[in-house]
Structures are given as C-alpha cells and as structure tokens.
Design a protein around this ligand. Structure first.
Ligand code: PDD
Length: 285
C-alpha cells in the first residue's frame, strides 16, 4: 500500500508529495512540528500536542495554516488513508513559500502544512521495552555550530525580523559578554577612532565569511592597520566607521547602530574605499 501525505490541501502519494524549494522550512528551518502517538486508530494526547503546536506558532509569530478543527480532521483522514492503527502522525507547519529573504514573508502568505502518518511495529517496540535501551552522553551543542554554513537559520531569521521591525537592515548579534559576534547574515566590522580596522577572529563563534577573508588579504596588501579581535557594543557605538561584508553586498557601510549615528552618520571613507577596491582582489572564474 502506498503511503499518503497531506500537503497544503491535497492528499498525495509520498513520491509525488513535496513543497517548493522556496519553502521557509527548507530555506531557513523556519517551521515547527508535532508528533502524536496513534493507538487503536485514536490520537493520544491530541489536546496537549495541539496546545504545544499553538505555542510554537505563537512564539515564532507564525500564522495557523488551518483551524484547530480542520487540522483535527486532516490528521484523522491522514491516519485513515494510511491505515494506521498503531503508529504516529506527524504535523509540520512552515512560514510558507517566498523568494529567499531572511525577513518574514508579507502578511497573508499561506503557511505550508504537511501531515503524514505511519504505523509502528508494536511487537518490535515491546521487545525493545522488555530488554531496555542503551544510552551514551554527548555534549549539548544545540545549536552552537554557527561556523557551519547550515540552513539552521531560524535564530538569524528572528534577529533579522527584529531589525526590520525597528527600521534597520541588519541585526548585529551580541554574545553573553557584550561583544558583537557577527551580523544575522553578514560579517561585522568597525574602524576605531584611531583608524584601526577591527573584526572578530575565527574561533567557532562566527561564520568564516569568504568576503571577510578576501577583504583581509586586501587590507594586508594595502598595509592598512588591522586587528582581529572581538569588539564590544560600546566600541561599536563609539567607532569612527562600521560596515558589514557578505557575498550579496560585498562591503556595505553602516551609518547607524541602535539609533546612534556612526561617526558623522554618513558612509565612512575606509568602507567606501574597500567597497570600491573589493572586486580587484576577488577571484573571477
Ligand atoms: N550570508 N555570517 C552569516 C551568519 C552569514 O549568513 C553570512 C552570509 C556571512 C558572510 O559570509 P560571506 O562573506 O561568505 O557571504 C557571515 C549570505 C549572504 C546569506 O545567507 O544570504
């Protein structure tokens, strides 16, 4: 029997079921989910699972794709179509589909809803329960690996949306000690009052930006004064210049941080010169 999945209003064979490559879940892990147990064809603890789903949606300011009642019907229909007596039903909601952009899609964008169900091998689970299971301990690293260019970008999405809500283009992320790590989707730089370029070193707590590495070569070539060290929010507020770097905007001057002008509030000369020269150092292929 072929498995059936519910996707945005349609029940489809798994092989034909899919979401857009522009789906926020695929692009940014911008989605939430629930797994409910099914016993004797009945949902187990549905009320509590649906309450948690609502909480997850609310926490991420995500719209409901369908009403609570409609979802209850869809879950049961997915269970029925897959002839699941004992197993699980899986529900995933993403923020929907939009051209890739960190900030939220426009109001009214239809969230994506996927529901699947599958049977459990009860005999196998009972046999396992009779024997017990083995556990190993591992460090809790959820999600510390920001040095990997992974699509686990939900925190970046939320930071960027906060920036957008405050009329800003980018959010600079600040660590527990008050030092700027990087932008939500860019590398952060300042130029001190003494004219020294500063950006955070690569120590696992930022993404190793390609633009950053090319710019470091350019800076060395031009003999500019440079320090690879963490800088605080206060230092950024007091900086002569600030800018961000990324593949999508090369060198982009920052003129305001937290409502305060950077330097005289106009794009800085150093940032401007580096922006002009960047592509002379970049590799073209
Ligand atoms: N973002 N830090 C983060 C968190 C980023 O997402 C990016 C790039 C950078 C800069 O890296 P690079 O110089 O290699 O582009 C730093 C891309 C542009 C994006 O997600 O759209």
């Amino acid at each position: 029997m072929s498995r059936i999945a519910y996707v945005n209003g349609r029940y489809l064979p798994h092989a034909e079921a899919g979401v857009s490559i522009d789906d926020r879940g695929f692009q940014f892990a911008d989605s939430v989910y629930e797994v409910c147990e099914v016993i004797g064809g009945k949902l187990v603890d549905e009320r509590r699972h649906m309450a948690r789903l609502q909480r997850s949606l609310d926490r991420l300011h995500m719209a409901r794709p369908v009403s609570v009642k409609a979802l209850a019907v869809i879950m049961r229909e997915t269970i029925r179509r897959n002839r699941v007596t004992d197993g699980i039903v899986y529900v995933q909601v993403s923020r929907g589909q939009m051209r890739r952009d960190f900030t939220f899609p426009p109001e009214g964008t239809q969230p994506t809803l996927v529901v699947t169900a599958r049977s459990n091998d009860l005999a196998k689970i009972e046999a396992r329960a009779a024997k017990g299971i083995v556990v190993v301990t591992v460090p809790d690293e959820r999600w510390r690996h920001v040095d990997i260019k992974s699509v686990s970008l939900l925190p970046n999405v939320l930071a960027k949306q906060t920036a957008r809500d405050k009329g800003a283009h980018e959010a600079w992320l600040v660590d527990a000690k008050g030092y700027v790590t990087e932008g939500a989707s860019s590398t952060a730089w300042i130029v001190t009052r003494d004219g020294i370029l500063v950006t955070r070193p690569l120590a696992g707590d930022i993404l190793p930006g390609v633009t950053r590495s090319v710019l470091l070569d350019l800076i060395a070539e031009q003999g500019l004064r440079f320090e690879e060290r963490a800088f605080t929010v206060e230092e950024a507020h007091a900086a002569r210049e600030a800018f961000v770097t990324s593949a999508s905007q090369s060198v982009m001057p920052v003129t305001e941080i937290d409502g305060r002008p950077v330097g005289n509030g106009a794009p800085g000369l150093t940032a401007g010169a580096l922006r002009r020269d960047y592509h002379s150092r970049a590799e073209f292929s």
